[in-house]
Write a protein that binds this ligand. Structure first.
Ligand SMILES: Cc1cc2nc3c(=O)[nH]c(=O)nc-3n(C[C@H](O)[C@H](O)[C@H](O)COP(=O)(O)OP(=O)(O)OC[C@H]3O[C@@H](n4cnc5c(N)ncnc54)[C@H](O)[C@@H]3O)c2cc1C
Length: 441
């Protein structure tokens, strides 16, 4: 059904490639336009990011998340925390993602996309450049996944202006890979040893301080004023120039219409302190193909459900991780500089859901191909609503339990499980969930 419909994906980072593969699986003709990342950066990824890559068929990329490094967290004067993370060079990840796209038969066009997506005509159009030649192309839909490089005409909402200074290092050999994170007077510092005498230091601070740092020596001067164990700088030499990246939280106002969608950092990006940027991008790309499929193939009413669903999901993810960032910053009580004060007070608390919980509400849900509206159960732990527990539809069960006394509800629950031939394990876990979510009370 979708073979004669073409979708252009701009950018081949995690968001672009995982969305492109999802669209290809729905039968669309997909072309990715990408340009290589112009700087070296290392990032730390969690187990759930690895799982996300595997479930998005990015198998070559997932293989780079092989061995975890031990991470010492010296945050808010607490230096006892140790955890683990996969440290990956983004250039290697980008290369593996391109191979994954190729393995999924996606056409790749190395080029620089210029300007914003043009939605003024019936079909969306982009302009890209190969060497000095400018080319225009229109398609049935455009996915903009150019990350923080996506150009915008619209307004966006943002948190305090943080910038990160990144420096790759040549350092002494260490017996094993390691990382550390330190909170300091004017920001926070992530250091990594990644093997083969290669190290990395990333200092995140306020825009006002970042403008004063333009090379390695200026970075060292500022770091001297910060109290931390700079183990990565012992006998270290800089490799290439220092890189400055904007790293503040932001969310754009127009992230979707009937012709284009923004995905990943392009739609909303979060403070890297949360360490969840890649996962956040995949939270969007896991639903975007169904949203696009609904926009392209369904009626206006259904398109609106899909668009509203995507907007609310992106907002929900943004709010969730912004709150996590604020909680982390608020743990630090030693420093009172502007850097800490601004981040401890952003974002403003949102009024929480004051309606009765649990309750039944009509909301958009994702099926194997489309988004559509249907009754879901909103509970304290599922504010976006659920309609299935695993593969079992539980809305009717919840409706009955919420409308009847416990004794009758328990009887109905047993009948329901019998009728659906649930194993004892599933029976117990569903019952536990219903009790925890106050459906069975
Ligand atoms: C300093 C810093 C540290 C971070 N650390 C972590 C971390 O430790 N863990 C974590 O999970 N997240 C981290 N993040 C966040 C993470 O980098 C992003 O959330 C994630 O990369 C988002 O993926 P994306 O695909 O949306 O964008 P990107 O990965 O930025 O991909 C965008 C792609 O579009 C391409 N592109 C851009 N412009 C054009 C153009 N004009 N034409 C064609 N192609 C173009 C780029 O080359 C790139 O391939 C960090 C972010 C920053 C700023």
């Amino acid at each position: 059904m979708n073979q004669n419909k073409t979708i252009l994906v701009l950018g081949a980072g995690i968001a672009g490639v995982t969305t492109a593969i999802g669209l290809k699986k729905l039968g669309f003709n997909v072309k990715i336009f990408y340009k290589p990342r112009p700087f070296i950066a290392y990032e730390g990824f969690s187990e759930k990011t690895k799982d996300g890559l595997i479930s998005s068929s990015c198998l070559k990329a997932s293989l780079l998340l092989k061995e975890q490094s031990m991470r010492n967290s010296n945050w808010a004067s607490n230096s006892k925390n140790v955890n683990y993370e996969y440290v990956v060079c983004r250039a290697n990840l980008d290369e593996a993602l391109l191979k994954d796209a190729k393995d999924n038969s996606i056409e790749l066009i190395e080029s620089r996309v210029i300007g914003a997506v043009d939605c003024s005509e019936e079909k969306p159009k982009i302009t890209y450049k190969i060497d000095e030649k400018k080319i225009e192309i229109s398609a049935d839909f455009v996915v903009d996944a150019r990350g923080r490089f996506t150009p915008f005409k619209d307004e966006y909402l943002s948190g305090p202006k943080s910038f990160s200074l990144l420096q790759e290092l040549e350092m002494d050999n260490l017996s094993q890979n390691r990382t550390s994170i330190d909170s300091t007077k004017d920001g926070w510092i992530w250091q990594a040893y990644v093997g083969n005498k290669k190290g990395y230091i990333q200092f995140t601070c306020d825009e006002e301080l970042a403008v004063k740092i333009n090379d390695f020596d200026e970075l060292l001067k500022i770091l001297k004023e910060q109290k931390a164990e700079f183990w990565s700088l012992q006998n270290a030499k800089p490799v290439d120039k220092i890189v400055k990246r904007d790293s503040f939280s932001k969310i754009h106002k127009e992230i979707i219409n009937t012709k284009m969608i923004l995905i990943g950092d392009s739609a909303s990006s979060i403070d890297p302190l949360s360490g969840n940027g890649a996962f956040q991008a995949m939270s969007m790309s896991s639903i975007a193909p169904y949203v696009i499929n609904t926009i392209i193939n369904k009626s206006e009413i259904e398109q609106k459900v899909a668009i509203d669903f995507y907007k609310s999901r992106v907002q929900f993810i943004f709010d969730k991780f912004s709150k996590v960032g604020k909680e982390f910053y608020s743990l630090e009580k030693r420093y009172t500089s502007d850097f800490w004060q601004k981040r401890q007070n952003w974002p403003n608390e949102k009024t929480s859901d004051s309606k009765k919980l649990p309750r039944i509400e009509e909301k958009a849900v994702v099926t194997e191909s489309y988004i559509f509206a249907q009754d879901v159960i909103i509970t304290k732990d599922n504010p976006m609503g659920v309609w299935c527990y695993g593969k079992i539809e539980v809305v009717d069960l919840a409706k009955y339990c919420l409308g009847n006394k416990l004794e009758k509800s328990l009887e109905y629950f047993d009948e329901f499980c019998k009728k659906n031939s649930l194993s004892m394990g599933l029976y117990n876990s569903l019952k536990r969930w219903c009790i925890e979510q106050e459906i069975l009370v």
